[in-house]
Design a protein around this ligand. Structure first.
Ligand SMILES: Cc1cc2nc3c(=O)[nH]c(=O)nc-3n(C[C@H](O)[C@H](O)[C@H](O)COP(=O)(O)OP(=O)(O)OC[C@H]3O[C@@H](n4cnc5c(N)ncnc54)[C@H](O)[C@@H]3O)c2cc1C
Length: 541
């Protein structure tokens, strides 16, 4: 195997107050931090402004669902999050609209899930961003912005008072109530539903109520409530999540139960007990959580499904919840948002470094809006499937029949994974891998001399463009030599599933920009390769 990997060393020095910066990110949540990591890997060190002086205790995501897990693996972050040195493995089943999704017999199952609290995701990303030299300013709130032709002046309220910061680009990763979005005049059309109410608490459950075989709750007078699944009755929804090493979480969801004009009392365990009784028709004898807090006790009314009318306004961009909000059902939020940032990071860095025209930034929205639209679609579909009423029960029966067909189960799994969206790479869809996340090929590194093997995911940690030449010749690698300052080339042998592919051009976000299955790509394929190299990485040197 021959390998040429470059690491940037020309990152700008630590910013000092008053010094213009290339990129400011408003929001140090998961998506702002991930974007910061991606920019830093690509040689641009952003400043992250985070309004909160310390990370919030508010519990949000309990896990990551979908292709983002494979993407995190490509940055070495999967192992940091899970402690598992093995590659991510697809799950044998999940749930869609509170219906079981059996993926055990599904060929090429695309669905990965990890159970990790959002707080931990943020810790790991902040740790990585700090390692990469990103400056995170906690207690600094974006309060105003004035874009012009050359950059953006950000107004900031910091611990020492207000100040301004001049930047080339400003990315709003400042959540669903994004100040960046509002200040930029970007619309946020969609719907607000105010007829739902969900109640969540950490609790303790008597051991006698746990089914030893399945870990389900065995509710006296009702029966089994499976763990880690939304469980629907005609009166509402209940979910029981018995996490390892922390107290179980119990959630209910009901419809048409908000009382207009009345200020509700603070949420309590008794309120949750009454809700469980309405949903299941019987009492569930649970108690307060054991151990030290903070413990969760939350009532959420209403829900928004909204999509920004544009993800970019000149030098201002939106990512994550700032660009899209939707129901949390099925846990799609971070799958969508973190992949936004991995899509945007290398493109923005290339533009900032003068290595790509501004037009490259247009592909951020053209590639990521369809992904957001799919999430809006499937979360709304799931919300319809969990609603109360006899007609919904009938719809669920039919849907459950359809899900028993492995082809349909795979379709839903791909939708939840976000792997159903294929990016338009230009130049047609010549190869089935083009526009998709590259498969995690196993590459022989020994060349028959006793060496080991390496996964593609281990070679993409630098987030550099990569031309992988598995032909026994070297014509794709030679073709890319004019881009050697920007694109790493690697000639190797591969085993397993890689027999279907002989060469791949992989963008920094892991997506295939060009591919060949031919052991000796012809002039037409090599011309397409040159076109792809030029389109994504500029003219040859
Ligand atoms: C109850 C619940 C459960 C969920 N469960 C899941 C799940 O299981 N799986 C999943 O993938 N997703 C889940 N989600 C969705 C997930 O939490 C969000 O998609 C995610 O938090 C979005 O990250 P973000 O970085 O875009 O925004 P946020 O997490 O909202 O972070 C934005 C950051 O910007 C800061 N900020 C705001 N305004 C400013 C400003 N003017 N200046 C500077 N900083 C500012 C905020 O303080 C915050 O730290 C859930 C959400 C909720 C509410």
């Amino acid at each position: 195997m021959t390998r040429r990997i470059t690491v940037y060393t020309d990152i700008s020095p630590e910013t000092t107050p008053g010094t213009p910066v290339d990129v400011v990110i408003a929001g140090g949540g998961p998506n702002g931090l991930m974007l910061a990591c991606e920019l830093a890997l690509a040689g641009v060190r952003p400043v992250v402004l985070e309004r909160l002086a310390a990370r919030t205790e508010e519990a949000r995501a309990n896990g990551l669902v979908g292709q983002v897990i494979r993407v995190l693996d490509r940055r070495g972050l999967y192992e940091r999050l899970t402690g598992d040195p093995e590659p991510p493995r697809p799950v044998p089943g999940f749930v869609f609209g509170a219906l079981p999704l059996n993926l055990a017999g599904v060929e090429d199952n695309p669905l990965h899930i990890i159970q990790v609290p959002q707080r931990r995701v943020e810790e790991v990303l902040e740790e990585r961003a700090t390692e990469l030299g990103v400056e995170i300013r906690r207690g600094h709130e974006l309060t105003g912005l004035s874009p012009d032709a050359d950059g953006v002046t950000a107004e900031i309220a910091g611990p020492g008072g207000p100040y301004t910061l001049r930047t080339g680009y400003l990315v709003g990763a400042d959540g669903g109530h994004s100040v960046t979005r509002r200040l930029s005049g970007i619309g946020f059309p969609g719907i607000t539903r105010d007829d739902t109410i969900s109640r969540t608490a950490t609790v303790s459950v008597p051991a006698s109520l746990i089914d030893p075989a399945t870990g389900a709750l065995n509710v006296p007078g009702y029966g089994l409530v499976p763990p880690f699944m939304h469980h629907r009755t005609e009166h509402g929804l209940i979910a029981y999540a018995p996490f390892t090493g922390r107290p179980p979480v119990l959630t209910t969801m009901e419809w048409d139960s908000t009382e207009e004009g009345t200020e509700p009392p603070p949420m309590s365990l008794d309120e949750l007990r009454e809700s469980v009784r309405r949903v299941l028709g019987v009492d569930l004898p649970f108690g307060p959580p054991e151990g030290d807090g903070p413990h969760l006790l939350r009532r959420l009314t209403s829900g928004n499904t909204r999509l920004a009318d544009r993800f970019r306004d000149g030098r201002v961009l939106l990512a994550g919840d700032a660009a899209h909000v939707h129901s949390a059902i099925g846990g799609p939020g971070l799958n969508l948002g973190l992949q936004d940032t991995v899509n945007l990071g290398w493109k923005l860095a290339a533009v900032v470094r003068g290595r790509a025209p501004e037009a490259l930034l247009d592909t951020y929205e053209s590639e990521r809006r369809p992904a957001a639209e799919r999430v809006v679609m499937h979360t709304q579909a799931q919300s319809a499937l969990i609603a109360p009423g006899g007609e919904v029960t009938a719809l669920r029966e039919l849907f459950a029949e359809l899900l028993r067909d492995p082809a349909n189960a795979r379709h839903i799994a791909a939708t939840m994974a976000g792997s159903d969206v294929r990016y338009d790479m230009g130049g047609g869809d010549a190869h089935p891998l083009t526009g998709r996340l590259a498969p995690d090929l196993t590459l022989d590194t020994g060349g028959g001399t006793g060496g080991g093997s390496l996964r593609l995911a281990e070679l993409t940690r630098t987030a550099r463009p990569l031309l992988l030449d598995l032909t026994r010749g070297t014509s794709p690698a030679k073709e890319a030599s004019g881009w050697h300052d920007r694109v790493d080339t690697l000639t190797a042998h591969s085993s397993g599933a890689s027999s279907e592919v002989s060469a791949l051009l992989i963008r920094p976000d892991g997506y295939v920009a060009w591919a060949s299955s031919s052991p000796d790509p012809d002039e037409g394929e090599l011309r397409d390769l040159r076109a792809a190299l030029t389109r994504w990485f500029g003219e040859a040197a």
